[in-house]
Design a protein around this ligand. Structure first.
Ligand code: NAD
Length: 483
């Protein structure tokens, strides 16, 4: 393992994301040697904290390793009280950065991580430039978090606020689904197996289904969720990235640039639905209480409007305007308070239509289990054991065992490392974001014109509203994953 020399500046270093995700991820990189001697982390936020207090908080969130390792790791952490609106504070921050760069001989490599509200990204980016916090020796990279806008216009404004300081190849927009093992596995499954690559098109695939099910409700995120809803929170970003991973044309080369170019073709081919099409192709839902009445309805949750029409469930059909996918619906579905947490992809192949067999064979299905299981399943037709020639369905299953699962790096660990290496293949690109926002905005707009929204329309602990099943059953299809 080669050591990465880097100085990470985290804006929002006292926050939840930093403590729960970023510090443990950096620690994993440290334990594995990707970070060793030549690195430092500066946490900034408004409160006046000492370095010691900051380090204690970092250590508290670490598991694994020995106490000595955790302490040695935390020695590289520094706290700088910083109000992002105050220009003077950037001068002070610059001094700390220069000192630490010197002390740890980092060579000018800088990662600026924005772990705070997106409304502050522009101010920070602006000041990084005007107050000369960018180095001239190494790299300067910006890592930003979702939500990246709440519609196309606001996403564009956000992007414009950072492009004065950072070029597109310096911007790393985190979509943590792109950091998941089985999502990163998709190109391998598709292109490293010629027999799959050969049938990965409209001639052999009937439809593709993507399910991102959560069992939790809105929990403490009510304030944010009321401004977002499932469409913006899950479909615009995570689901669209998975659609792109499944649909992009085979690239000439297997490198980041080629993959991102291939993916951008998918984003560019997303439809912009008319209100009538939205009505026919998209379903929204909001959870009510569960059967026992123990779990509250969305409208009764903390910080939620008693008449809220925000959706906690979305199911829909995406028709890509690409020759190889003409007539192949990509069915997507996500929701809160579904029976279990589950992310999976079902690629449903066409069934044999000949009359070779007395009964109709089933549709073969390739399932990619993303979480909590990781692996692949293939559902095939075979013959019943014995003298009859009846068909039965067989399933080949490969799931990672517990030991293998332990070797799987967390998404943030992987993505932070990729950002240090300058690998942009698993980050959201602005071009793609344009397409996915236009797609989502058209649905939002159609929904905003609908009256009489009959929420709640699904019980907590079920797979969502009936209309989500009818979306498929009206064409004789069904959801492969039934919850
Ligand atoms: P948080 O409220 O816990 O932390 C926000 C941080 O910003 C704090 O450190 C706070 O002190 C700092 N801050 C706020 N205003 C400031 C100012 N004017 N000057 C200096 N510091 C200021 O939020 P979070 O949950 O850590 O989320 C941060 C961002 O990441 C948000 O945009 C959120 O949507 C996104 N995000 C969070 C998670 C998560 O798991 N928490 C997941 C995905 C995306």
């Amino acid at each position: 393992v080669t050591e990465n020399k880097t100085l990470v500046v985290i804006f929002g270093g006292s926050g939840d994301l930093a403590h729960r995700k970023l510090y443990p991820a950096l620690f994993q990189l440290y334990l594995k040697g990707s970070l060793n001697k030549h690195f430092a982390v500066i946490g900034t936020a408004r409160r006046p904290w000492t370095h010691e207090f900051f380090r204690e908080g970092v250590i508290e969130n670490l598991s694994d390793g020995t106490l000595e390792q955790r302490q040695a790791f935390a020695e590289h952490f520094y706290y700088q009280s910083h109000d992002v609106q105050d220009s003077e504070h950037y001068v002070a921050l610059k001094n700390v950065i220069d000192k630490l760069d010197d002390k740890y001989q980092i060579g000018g490599n800088r990662l600026f991580y924005m772990a705070m509200a997106p409304s502050l990204f522009g101010t920070i980016a602006e000041h990084l430039r005007s107050e000369h916090l960018l180095s001239h020796d190494g790299y300067n990279r910006l890592i930003i978090e979702k939500p990246f806008g709440h519609d196309y216009e606001s996403a564009l404004a956000l992007n414009n606020a950072i492009v004065n300081t950072f070029d597109e190849d310096q911007v790393f927009r985190i979509d943590h689904y792109l950091g998941k093992e089985m999502v990163q596995n998709i190109p391998c499954i598709r292109f490293a197996n010629p027999f799959l690559n050969a049938v990965w098109n409209r001639d052999y695939i009937d439809n593709i289904q993507i399910t991102l099910a959560e069992s939790l409700g809105v929990e403490e995120r009510g304030g944010y969720y009321e401004t977002s809803g499932a469409l913006r929170d899950m479909v615009q970003n995570h689901i669209m990235q998975i659609v792109a991973m499944l649909a992009f044309p085979r690239p000439e080369k297997y490198d980041d640039r080629a993959i991102n170019q291939a993916k951008s073709q998918v984003f560019a081919s997303l439809p912009v639905y008319t209100p009538e099409q939205v009505q026919a192709k998209f379903v929204r839902g909001q959870y009510g209480e569960d059967a026992s009445g123990k779990q509250a309805a969305y409208r009764n949750e903390d910080k939620i409007d008693a008449n809220s029409t925000v959706e906690t469930f979305v199911a829909g059909e995406i028709d890509l305007d690409m020759p190889q996918w003409q007539g192949v619906p990509f069915y997507v579905r996500t929701g809160k308070r579904l029976p279990a947490k589950k992310t999976r992809i079902d690629v449903v192949f066409k069934a044999d239509q000949s009359e070779l067999f007395t009964e109709q064979p089933a549709s073969p299905v390739l399932t990619i289990e993303v979480e909590p299981d990781l692996g692949i399943e293939l559902t095939l037709n075979g013959k019943e054991i014995g003298t009859s020639s009846l068909i039965k369905v067989d399933q080949l299953q490969y799931l990672l065992n517990e030991d293998q699962q332990k070797q799987v790096p967390d998404a943030y660990e992987r993505l932070l490392l990729e950002a240090m290496l300058g690998k942009q293949g698993n980050f959201a690109q602005w071009e793609g974001m344009t397409g996915s926002w236009h797609f989502v905005d058209a649905i939002r707009k159609a929904w905003s014109q609908e009256k009489d929204i009959d929420f709640p329309n699904y019980q907590s602990g079920t797979m969502g509203p009936k209309a989500a099943d009818e979306l498929l059953s009206k064409t004789g299809r069904h959801w492969i994953y039934q919850g």
